[in-house]
Design a protein around this ligand. Structure first.
Ligand SMILES: O=C[C@H](O)COP(=O)(O)O
Length: 327
């Protein structure tokens, strides 16, 4: 059993970017996924006492530092984004942060649609918190290709330093790996210095084998992160899909020496689920991946539950969920 402790010492290194490699179709086609073995392994993860009680607060704080605090709604406004950014700067009540000895804790990033990028950039001025923009015709990714590429450039110009692109699911479903590679490589080029998260929309890819292959192709084409979902599919982040994707990340690292990040997104709203994901990452990839430069949660409501748990840790009492509204 893995024990997460608060005392893991991790090097503060700057990870080299993934510049990708030529498409290796033999490797892609060798990638498989044994669904029953993966589901059995995933079923063992929740509910395990993988985080000791004493260390839970430290690990919940770690989870906060890895959240891409997200709002992706048609009725987003500058005011809502400003409130979300304030929450990102100070994710937990000041007295709780002080009691935990973590006065400078922030979320990993704020994630918004393109039109909200300037508002997020302004609200986060001086905070050193990246703004991530969902892009390329998010969530379906079916707008004209040149517009999807242009959208990336617009968001980078507006100040986004992370771009969450959506892949064309049809390239996976038809097995056109070259087309997927070319698309991802073009998105990476358009992003310039901004880091790119490739959203696979795994709930729409049909099989775990497709998830494994799409993960590899996106990494070969230069994705800095691979991300499960937009949050808009009917099935979003799951543990079996996460196992497949992080094992692809592990294979890519073993083959190339390059660490690609992982972002489960969509439907992760409970502190205990966040701890399960952290334990999974620790077991499958190791401590180095448990940092915001290599791991993020894409989540709109997870922070509220973590804050409640931290409040309970410090004060011994739970507050009502409505007190932890996000925006
Ligand atoms: O990328 C982030 C997701 O859209 C957030 O999904 P959620 O609202 O289910 O947490």
């Amino acid at each position: 059993m893995t024990t997460l402790t608060a005392h893991d010492t991790l090097p503060q290194t700057v990870e080299p970017r993934n510049d990708g490699m030529p498409l290796d179709l033999d490797w892609v086609m060798r990638a498989t996924a044994n669904r029953s073995a993966i589901e059995r392994r995933a079923a063992t993860l929740p509910g395990r006492r993988s985080v000791k009680k004493d260390h839970q607060a430290a690990w919940l704080a770690r989870a906060i530092s890895c959240i891409d605090l997200t709002t992706l709604a048609g009725d987003d406004t500058p005011g809502r984004v400003a409130r979300l950014c304030a929450k990102s700067r100070q994710p937990v009540r000041r007295d709780l942060l002080d009691a935990l000895g973590l006065p400078g804790l922030t979320t990993g990033a704020v994630c918004v649609y393109h039109d909200m990028v300037p508002h997020a950039v302004a609200a986060l001025d001086g905070a050193n918190i990246p703004v991530a923009a969902v892009s390329t015709g998010f969530p379906a990714g079916l707008s004209p290709f040149h517009l999807r590429v242009a959208e990336i450039g617009e968001s980078v110009t507006a100040g986004a330093t992370e771009i969450d692109i959506v892949i064309s699911r049809r390239h996976v479903l038809t097995g056109d790996w070259q087309a997927l590679y070319d698309e991802m490589a073009a998105f990476r080029r358009a992003s310039g210095p901004a880091h790119v998260k490739a959203i696979l929309a795994t709930g729409e890819l049909g099989t775990l084998r497709n998830v494994a292959r799409a993960s590899l192709v996106c990494m070969m084409a230069g994705a800095d992160f691979i991300k499960t979902s937009t949050g808009k599919e009917s099935v979003n982040a799951t543990l079996p899909v996460s196992l497949v994707m992080i094992r692809a990340i592990r294979d890519y690292y073993q083959e190339t020496g390059i660490r690609v990040g992982y972002k489960p997104a969509g439907g992760i709203s409970k502190a205990k689920d966040a701890l399960t994901y952290l334990a999974l990452i620790k077991e499958e990839l190791g401590d180095r991946w448990l940092r915001p430069d290599l791991f993020r949660f894409g989540a709109s409501s997870l922070l509220g539950d973590i804050e409640r748990q931290l409040e309970h840790h410090v004060t011994g009492a739970y507050s009502a969920a409505w007190r932890h509204a996000m925006a």
